[in-house]
Design a protein around this ligand. Structure first.
Ligand SMILES: Cc1ncc(COP(=O)(O)O)c(C=O)c1O
Length: 413
C-alpha cells in the first residue's frame, strides 16, 4: 500500500525536463508548485469521505501565496487560518466568511473581536478568551472550543500539539470550568476542535479523538461540528506510510452514524489538512554552486539554505533530492548542504546521478511549510515562486531584490 502510494505520487510529478526549463527561465533558488497535484489530493479526500458528512478546510499556514489560496477556492475547498491576517488573506482571495475557520492559539482577545467582525468561524483555545467571549457575545455568535486531549501523536515533538505538556487548546481536565463558563454566559458552542499533531500515520489516533468527542457531545446540546484538525501524513520517501484516508473515511462514517443514532440528530466532521494538500505539489529547485571533496564526503553546496527550507534542520525532515540536470549515467554519493552560515544539511550521503557544478537539483515535498517559513537570514533574498496549472507556467512571486532587504527599516543614523 505504502509502495503503491509512493509510485502513484512519483507518476504525478512534474518532469525533470519541465522543472529545468522553468528554473532556466526564472532562475534559482525557485519554488515551483503543481496546482493539478493540489486538485488531485483534494479529490482523493472527497472520494475517501464521500459517504460521510465531512468538510475540509485547507490549513493555509502551509502555503499562503494568493494564487494557491485562489486555486483552493476554485476547487471547492474551505480554508483554515492560524492568524487573523490569514483570514484577511482568505477574504482577499475570495472566500466567503462562512467558509473560513480561524483556529486560534495564545492570542489577544482583540484578534477574536476582529474575527467576529469578519463573520468567520472561530475556535477558541483558552479559558480566559472563552470567558471574555462569553461576557461580550453571550449566545449571539456561535463558536468552537479547541481542546487538548492529552494524546501524544505526530511525527516530531515540535509538531505534536495534543499531549499533556502542550500549550495548545484547553486541557480536557478543565471540562467543568468550560461548562461553568458556557452556562454562566449562555455561550453558543457550535463545535469542538482537537488537533493532535502533524504527520499522523495511524488512523487509530484520529479515532481516539473521535472517542473523546463521543464522550463530550452530551455536554454541549447545540453542537453541530466536530473538528479533528489536520495532520494527514504524506510519503516523503520510498516505503513511507501515508495516512490511510480511505480507512479513515469509512471509520468517520461509522462514527457519525453511531453519534447520530445516539443523539437523534446530525453532526458534521471537519478536517484541516495542510501538508496533505500542498506538500507534494511543491519543488524547491536549487543550483549546485560548489563541489567540495573531503576525506569521507563529497559536499554539493547549493544556492539555497535553511533560510528557504528549514524543515530538514528544524524537524529532521527527509526530503527526496534528485539531480534534474543529469538524467542518466553513474550514481555517486553526496551530502547536500546550504549556503547559510550554520550547518544546513538538506541530505546526508544521498545517491544522485553524477553532479557537476552548475547542475540543478530538485528538493521534493517542498510545498508545505517551505516558502511559508522562509526568511531573509544572511540578507539573502527569498526565492521566486512559480505555479503550473494545466500546463500553463506562471510566475506568482518575484524574487526579492535589494530594496526588499531595506523595506520598513528607518535610517536614523
Ligand atoms: C490547528 C491546526 N490545524 C491544521 C494543521 C495542519 O497540519 P498539517 O499540515 O500537518 O495537515 C495544523 C498544523 O500545525 C494545526 O496546528
Amino acid at each position: 500500500m505504502a509502495q503503491d502510494n509512493y509510485l502513484r505520487m512519483m507518476q504525478q510529478e512534474l518532469s525533470p525536463e519541465l522543472l529545468c526549463s522553468i528554473a532556466n527561465k526564472y532562475g534559482t533558488p525557485l519554488y515551483v508548485y503543481s496546482a493539478d497535484k493540489i486538485t488531485a489530493q483534494f479529490r482523493n479526500l472527497q472520494t475517501a469521505f464521500s459517504n460521510s458528512n465531512t468538510r475540509f478546510f485547507y490549513a493555509s499556514k502551509a502555503l499562503t501565496n494568493i494564487n494557491i489560496l485562489k486555486h483552493i477556492l476554485n476547487i471547492g475547498c474551505s480554508i483554515d487560518c492560524s492568524s487573523v491576517n490569514e483570514a484577511h488573506l482568505a477574504l482577499h482571495a475570495g472566500f466567503k466568511p462562512e467558509n473560513i475557520l480561524y483556529t486560534s492559539n495564545g492570542i489577544d482577545f482583540k484578534e477574536i473581536e476582529e474575527a467576529v467582525g469578519l463573520g468567520i468561524n472561530i475556535n477558541i483555545d483558552s479559558l480566559s478568551n472563552l470567558e471574555k467571549f462569553g461576557k461580550k457575545y453571550g449566545h449571539s455568535y456561535p463558536v468552537g472550543i479547541r481542546l487538548r486531549p492529552n494524546i501524544m501523536a505526530g511525527g516530531n515533538l515540535k509538531i505534536s500539539t495534543g499531549h499533556s505538556n502542550s500549550k495548545f487548546g484547553i486541557p480536557i481536565e478543565q471540562l467543568n470550568e468550560i461548562l461553568d463558563l458556557v452556562q454562566q454566559h449562555h455561550i453558543f458552542i457550535r463545535g469542538l476542535h482537537i488537533h493532535t499533531g502533524s504527520e499522523i500515520k495511524d488512523v487509530s489516533v484520529f479515532m481516539k479523538v473521535a472517542e473523546v468527542f463521543f464522550e463530550l457531545v452530551p455536554h454541549f446540546p447545540e453542537l453541530e461540528f466536530l473538528d479533528l484538525g489536520g495532520g494527514f501524513k504524506v510519503a516523503y520517501k520510498e516505503r513511507d506510510h501515508e495516512t490511510d484516508i480511505i480507512l479513515l473515511g469509512s471509520e468517520i462514517e461509522k462514527f457519525l452514524i453511531n453519534l447520530e443514532n445516539k443523539h437523534q440528530r446530525k453532526f458534521q466532521c471537519w478536517f484541516e489538512p495542510g501538508k496533505y494538500l500542498v506538500s507534494e505539489s511543491g519543488y524547491l529547485i536549487t543550483k549546485v554552486n560548489v563541489l567540495k571533496t573531503s576525506q569521507n564526503t563529497v559536499f554539493a553546496g547549493v544556492d539555497t539554505g535553511l533560510n528557504h527550507l528549514i524543515r530538514p534542520m528544524m524537524y529532521d525532515a527527509y526530503h527526496r533530492i534528485t539531480n534534474i540536470s543529469n538524467l542518466k549515467g553513474e550514481t555517486k554519493t553526496y551530502t547536500i548542504t546550504g549556503n547559510i552560515c550554520e550547518t544546513d544539511t538538506f541530505g546526508t550521503d544521498r545517491h544522485l546521478l553524477e553532479v557537476h557544478e552548475g547542475d540543478l537539483l530538485a528538493i521534493y515535498n517542498a510545498g508545505a511549510y517551505g516558502f511559508e517559513m522562509s526568511s531573509n537570514y544572511n540578507s539573502r533574498y527569498k526565492p521566486a515562486e512559480v505555479l503550473v496549472l494545466e500546463g500553463k507556467v506562471s510566475l506568482i512571486r518575484k524574487r526579492d531584490e535589494f530594496t526588499d532587504l531595506l523595506r520598513n527599516q528607518i535610517t536614523v543614523l
